[in-house]
Write a protein that binds this ligand. Structure first.
Ligand code: LLP
Length: 427
């Protein structure tokens, strides 16, 4: 849990550091990440799943070398989905055999680097990739452990862009029409591959466990077909990530131990029904670990009341540090954190500094009506998919990630500089 309080001046403190001091030292906007909270959440997942299962943190949610070290120390594995994430993981000392490599279009070069490094598994996402990975593994004189990602045909109840198991989307090999069974057939024939299991990821920011039930039922169904056809019981099943977090008080997420219990029960029950040995389960939470551990600290720049509508509050960042509101209609909350206020609440919209009217950070929020330029405000739950999806739109510099712990703050990803930007310009 967060160590968030207010000091005697009403200034919010997190991890023992007050936000005014953080703004002074590191500037704004900045992502402030509570290291103890991150470690606690990672550990809770690890403990909940126990020794008979594996937890792969999904690096796409947020990755840096410090995070890789924390995960390593807390006994988690890591899911990467690009050469860049792989390089970050390896450079921070994550043992390669604890890395899973994902993606629907890994390049031959990425596949080569992953196999050469000795990654624990590659998740195969297409027929072409089955052949490609087998080929590269053989050329390196290796046999690569792989899973096949299955599209189970579930409609996860989440935003269209982050649902991934319905049929009409780009990920995985469909169960429908016998395609997944055919993929297994081919993978089993290739010397360069050791097929260790099946993979399913149904989407993201999900609260309802019924999608996982259907997915597990269908994946186990295929495991049974594989046993019947080939006489092999694949030893592993990965149910992906996707567990939702609380962005606003309307969201009611489940604890890792409840999720672990539910998923283990579902898989065990399905396997008993199919008379299969229960495979080793793995999961890939990203958002549920890092999402709640960070908030974005902004300074208020301008305040524009529009009669009868709302007040537009402009901050020093925006869609370049949090694209989720614009992209998914995501909901966030916001709070005044540099002081307390007893003033009447006003209906506000927190917007950024970009040249676009869709540049909204928090669509509808109440802030005190005495809000003034220079006040610091915080948007919670920005640990996942904010820094990792940040852009340089309008040549705005990407904010730093500052970790706080026991009264100290430490930059784990530094603020971008204009020099960084200009370095890419040629001529
Ligand atoms: N495993 C696989 C194969 C995935 O594709 C993903 C997320 C995860 C695990 C982790 O999902 P999580 O536990 O973090 O929900 N940019 C979107 C989310 C995209 C998720 C992509 N895949 C957002 O900001 O909501």
């Amino acid at each position: 849990a967060h160590t968030v309080t207010r000091n005697t001046d009403g200034v919010l403190t997190v991890g023992g550091v007050d936000v005014a001091a953080l703004a002074e030292e590191h500037g704004t906007p900045a992502y402030i990440l509570d290291e103890a909270d991150f470690r606690e959440r990672a550990r809770a997942w690890r403990t909940a799943f126990g020794a008979d299962a594996d937890v792969f943190y999904a690096g796409k949610a947020f990755l840096s070398r410090a995070v890789v070290r924390w995960l390593h120390e807390e006994g988690l594995n890591l899911d990467v989905c690009s050469g860049g994430e792989l390089a970050t993981a390896l450079s921070a000392g994550m043992p390669a055999d604890r890395i899973a490599f994902h993606g629907n279009n890994k390049s031959v070069d990425e596949i080569h680097r992953a196999i050469d490094a000795g990654v624990g598994r590659i998740v195969l996402d297409s027929f072409q990739e089955i052949v490609r990975v087998a080929h590269v593994a053989q050329s390196l004189g290796k046999r690569q452990r792989v899973q096949i990602r299955i599209t189970v045909g579930v409609e996860a109840h989440t935003h269209e862009f982050i649902a991934t198991a319905h049929e009409d989307q780009k990920f995985g090999i469909p169960l429908a029409g016998g395609q997944a069974a055919e993929a297994v057939r081919r993978a089993l024939q290739l010397d360069g591959l050791e097929l260790i299991g099946l993979h399913s990821h149904i989407g993201s920011q999900i609260f309802d466990m019924s999608g996982f039930e259907v997915a597990a039922h269908r994946v186990v169904g295929l495991l049974k077909d594989i046993r019947d056809e080939h006489g092999v019981e694949l030893p592993e099943i990965d149910l992906g990530g996707g567990l939702g977090i609380a962005y606003t008080s309307d969201d009611d997420p489940r604890e890792p131990h409840e999720i672990a219990k539910a998923l283990t029960e579902i898989v065990t029950r399905e396997c008993e029904g199919a008379r299969l040995r229960t495979p080793r389960i793995s999961v890939e939470p990203g958002r549920a670990i890092v999402g709640p551990t960070a908030f974005t600290l902004y300074e208020v720049g301008t305040i524009k009341p529009l009669d009868g509508l709302r007040t537009y509050v402009s901050v020093d960042g925006g869609m370049s540090d949090n694209i989720r509101t614009a992209l998914y209609d995501a909901e966030y909350s916001v709070a005044l954190v540099s002081r307390t206020s007893d003033a009447e609440p006003m209906l506000a919209r927190v917007v950024g500094k970009h040249c676009e009217s869709g540049d909204i950070v928090v669509k509808d929020a109440f802030l005190p009506s005495d809000l003034a330029p220079g006040d610091l405000i915080a948007v919670p739950a920005t640990g996942a998919y904010c820094r990792s999806m940040a852009s340089n739109y309008n040549h705005v510099l990407r904010p730093p990630v500052v970790a706080v712990r026991e009264g100290e703050s430490r930059v784990i990803v530094r603020r971008e500089t204009e020099e960084d930007l200009l370095r890419l310009d040629v001529g």
